[in-house]
Ligand binder design. Structure first.
Ligand code: ITT
Length: 210
């Protein structure tokens, strides 16, 4: 068990708020978490050329595990809006730009509200999806996915979370993710669901590696 405790896992996200959620959801497991800010040289930009969240999570985990030399976990996530045919989907972080670079969360939300300006409340169904991949030496060894259904409201509400959280009300609730506490979001989020099934497998893997 002592060996397992010393095992380090690199959580390869350059999105600070996403990274914080991942670290909180992984807390308590018998390994040391290394964030993207803790490695040198810093993690270079990894091109997200996949057509699916699963493909992009794998691309990020593979490249970052080669860069870090550590067991590495990557998350690719985003919002699918039914009235927009599943957009912004894998382009969620880049929705409001046309140069393939990430836009600000505010610009992305503004573009989404504009795209849905003529869509009535019952037709504003959406879901967050999260794909997680764990890789070592450039090879993916564990994967997991999670989703949470909900609706896109017409005006932003709340200041917590990040990304599209002020616009997303999960099904069965009347508050947005941005109006919930960290622990409320962590009980039902797409990221929490993906990690719930991955975390025990990751712990088992680490115990066999150490
Ligand atoms: P890394 O690739 O470095 O992890 P990123 O922000 O570029 O950071 P993604 O490519 O996975 O990550 O894009 C995720 C985007 O989807 C994110 O920027 C948000 O706009 C949105 N998103 C994902 N999870 C979210 C959540 O829990 N709440 C709100 N928006 C979320």
């Amino acid at each position: 068990m002592d060996g397992a405790r010393r095992t380090r896992i690199f959580v390869a996200s350059t999105n600070h708020k996403k990274l914080r959620e991942l670290m909180e959801l992984l807390a308590g497991a018998p390994f040391e978490i290394v964030g993207a800010g803790d490695i040198s040289p810093p993690l270079p930009e990894i091109e997200e050329t996949g057509a699916t969240f699963d493909e992009n999570a794998a691309l990020k985990a593979q490249a970052a595990s080669l860069h870090s030399g550590m067991l590495t976990l990557a998350d690719d996530s985003g919002l699918e809006v039914d009235a927009l045919g599943g957009s912004p989907g894998v382009l969620s972080a880049r929705y409001a730009t046309d140069n393939n670079k990430n836009a600000s969360d505010g610009a992305n939300r503004k573009k989404l509200l504009f795209a849905l300006r003529d869509v009535s409340a019952p037709a504003r169904s959406a879901r967050f999806r999260c794909a997680i991949a764990v890789a070592r030496g450039g090879k993916v060894i564990l994967t997991s996915t999670g989703a949470v259904e909900g609706n896109i409201i017409e005006t932003e509400r709340g200041t917590g979370g990040f990304g599209y959280d002020p616009l997303f009300v999960p099904s069965g609730f009347d508050r947005t993710f941005a109006e919930m506490s960290t622990s409320e979001k962590a009980a039902i989020s797409h990221r929490a669901r993906a990690l719930a099934s991955l975390k025990p497998r990751l712990v088992e893997l680490i115990l066999t590696l150490s």
